[in-house]
Each structure stands twice: as C-alpha cells, then as structure tokens.
Design a protein around this ligand. Structure first.
Ligand SMILES: Cc1ncc(COP(=O)(O)O)c(C=O)c1O
Length: 404
C-alpha cells in the first residue's frame, strides 16, 4: 500500500480508530459485535458461550423465533426458493411482496404501501426522491442517521430544530419562503432516548404551515397504541401523517423498510425511487415472515400490553434506584453514565453478571451523555427485569455512578 503515508488523512483516520479499538480490547472494554450463537426462548440468548438475559433487543414484542412466523418463512422458501429474480420492476416481484404491502397498508390504516430492502435505504431513497434543490426539509436534531443522510442526499435546504421543541420548529417554518415546498421529519420514538415526539402539536404546526409530515416509526410499531399500530393510535389521531415510514427489522422480526400513505404517493415512489428501481426485492422468506408478524401483532394483543407493563416496571425501578433515564416512556431505556469510560465499565460489570446490555457513546449521543442503552421487551418476565435492575444497581454502586 504505497499510499499509506503518515500524512495521508485516510491512513490517519484508520489508525486513530484502530488504536482506539485495540486499547479497549486490551482492557476488556470492547463490546462491539458480540456473537449470539443460540436463542434459548423468552429473553434468554447464548452469547459467546454464556447464557444471558437479553436487554439490548429491538424485538420489542418478543417475536424473534415465533413459531407461526418461522413457519411462514420456511413455507416461502419451499415455494419460491431463497432469492428473487432481481429488482421488482424486472423479474423480482412476487405475489408475496404485494400481499406484504397490502398487509402493511391495512395495519397502518393507509391506502397503500411500498417496501424496500432496509429501513436505512427507505429513508435515503424516500426523502431524496421527494425533495430536490429549492425545497426545504426540517428535521428534529435527534432524528436517526438514515433520515439525516436522506436529507443531505436530497439537495434540499436542510434545517434542524431543537429536539422535540415545537416552538423551535415553528420558528424554522417561519423562516421559509411561503412559496417553497417543505417537509417536516421526525422519529416517533427517539432511538437513543426513548422519548415520544410531541405529535399533536407537530401535526397542528405542519397543517398551519402547509408542510408535508414524514414520521419514522421504527421504534413505535408494536410499542405505541393499544393494538401496537403506532403513534397515531397512541394519540387517537387518524390520517395525521403524510409519509408513514417504518422498518421490518425491529418489532417485525425480518429485514426491510416501508412507507405507507396515499395511493398517489406510493405510485410515485414505485416509479421514481432509486432504491426500488435499482435494488433487488426482499427475499421471499423475509417478506413472508414480515407479513406473518403484522398478523401476529393483531392476533396476540397481550404482547403489546405486557410490553407496556414491563417498560413501566423497568423505567420506574431504575429511577427509584437513583439512575437518570432521561425522558423515556417506552421500551428504550437509557441509563445515563456520563463519560464513555463509565459506560464501558458499567457494561463490563453488568455483562459479567449475564445481563446483556450495550453502551452507546459519542458521537451517537452528545459527549457527557454516554449510557447503557437498555431495552425491555414483551419476552421478559417480571423476575428477570427485577434481577437485571438489581445487577445494574450493584454495578452503579461499585463504579460510583449512584450512592450505596
Ligand atoms: C429510527 C430508525 N430509523 C431507521 C433505522 C434503520 O432501519 P434498519 O435497521 O431496518 O435499516 C433505524 C435502525 O436502527 C432506526 O432506529
């Protein structure tokens, strides 16, 4: 590698990152990509040969490994094989894809839906297909990276507003020329903090300023609303979102992303979004698993209720033990540690007691707000949650994060 000179910035970036990784590995503080080797049922997993209770899962309703969903995936493989014949518009469209999109549209109470190969790609392609130069996109400061990347890729003027602050959003909208097209984007539940967007005010402001509204429901499907349909159901509002985006990789135990909305929006995306036109369709097993999962959510409503109870127990219990859990009200529960080192040390202590949690550090969260990013699911039993909280408390006392 001729080019690897000390003054080369690519080389320096690589060296900086790789030295940080080896330093953490040497101190037993490296928790990246730990392999899960088996699912043991409920919230139990085998990680690196140790049975642990999973507190880092996005499978909020505990649907990974659900027999009906597994069966649907196996039957799809038997019928169609493991791949498609290419992109949807050429030869890759299966009846399964249409059925999945109809199921999503029904679930989200929308006229139609379109699917893509990941949630990340969905946000990139949808925002950049809808907007271009001269348009405006206004985004909450804590929106997911895929939304930020979609905004940057679109070429539209990119404005951000203070996290979950509707007066700041309104100020931004007032700065935009009245003739300009404007799209407001927010997560429904924020992926690092677990708090819920002030949806009623957000909708009111978008209507007042004639702005399109796109909501990323990655962390609210299956979590919010009595039947788990998401943020509109939670606030008892219908038809409030123009572009209802979600993933098939969290509550839905598959992979992929979708947008649901009006027929004319979905038809436009089907003919204009590059990730639909130039990238292969979801594999049959994943499409079938996703479809079955939406059906299971509606057929087993106890899961949504159990998740709600578990989240309440976990958040209140951690607060009572002296931890700062920010403004979460959902299944994502940050346990604020402060420095990256404290977050790493907490993770090590807790994992050594067989509770699987992971740290999140800057730049994913602001410096000084490093945390354990714990998640609770419907697969947890109350006793497992209490035991995990006791272990986190013991670690917090040992490290000096909370008083003894
Ligand atoms: C809010 C949000 N949007 C989008 C994505 C991307 O989804 P996927 O993992 O399906 O690509 C994520 C993933 O973590 C997310 O948290």
């Amino acid at each position: 590698m001729e080019k690897m000179k000390a003054e080369d910035t690519i080389f320096q970036r690589m060296q900086f990152m790789n030295q940080r990784v080896s330093g953490l590995q040497a101190e037993d503080l490296y928790f990246y990509n730990q392999p899960i080797t088996e699912l043991h049922g409920g919230a139990r997993v085998l990680v690196n040969g140790r049975e642990m209770t999973m507190f880092a899962s996005y499978s909020y309703l505990g649907l990974v490994g659900h027999p009906r969903i597994n069966e649907a995936a196996k039957a799809a493989i038997d019928r169609y094989g493991t791949g498609t014949h290419g992109v949807r518009s050429l030869a890759g469209s299966l009846v399964l894809h249409t059925e999945l999109e109809e199921t999503i549209a029904d679930f989200k109470k929308a006229e139609a839906a379109i699917t893509y190969s990941s949630g990340y790609v969905t946000n990139l392609t949808v925002v950049s297909s809808l907007l271009g130069r001269g348009d405006y996109v206004i985004s909450d400061k804590l929106n997911h990276a895929s939304l930020v990347d979609g905004c940057l890729m679109s070429g539209a003027k990119f404005l951000r507003f203070r996290h979950n602050d509707m007066s700041a959003l309104e100020e931004r909208l007032q700065q935009i020329p009245s003739s300009a097209t404007r799209l407001v984007i927010a997560d429904s539940v924020f992926s690092m903090d677990g708090d819920i967007i002030d949806f009623p005010r957000l909708v009111e402001i978008c209507r007042k300023y004639n702005a399109w509204l796109m909501i990323d429901e990655a962390h609210s499907v299956g979590v919010l609303g009595k039947s788990g349909r998401g943020i509109e159901e939670h606030f008892g509002m219908e038809d409030a979102i123009d572009i209802k985006m979600g993933t098939l990789s969290k509550t839905i135990p598959s992979v992929g992303g979708y947008v649901a909305g009006r027929k004319d929006l979905i038809s436009f995306l089907r003919h204009a979004s590059r990730a639909y036109i130039f990238s292969a369709a979801l594999p049959p097993a994943q499409a079938a698993a996703a479809k079955a999962a939406f059906e299971v959510i509606l057929d087993e409503p106890w899961r949504v209720e159990k998740l709600r109870r578990n989240a309440e127990l976990f958040i209140n219990g951690l607060k009572e033990r002296g931890f700062d859990t920010l403004a979460t009200e959902t299944a994502i529960v940050p346990v604020v540690c402060g420095s990256d080192e404290t977050a790493f040390a907490m993770t090590r202590e807790v994992q050594h007691k067989d509770v699987f949690v992971l740290p999140v550090i800057s730049p994913a969260v602001p410096p000084g707000l490093a945390r354990l990013r714990a998640t609770v699911t419907a697969a947890h039993e109350e006793s497992e949650i209490t035991q995990a909280m006791d272990i986190i408390e013991e670690a917090g006392i040992k490290i000096g994060l909370i008083g003894g």
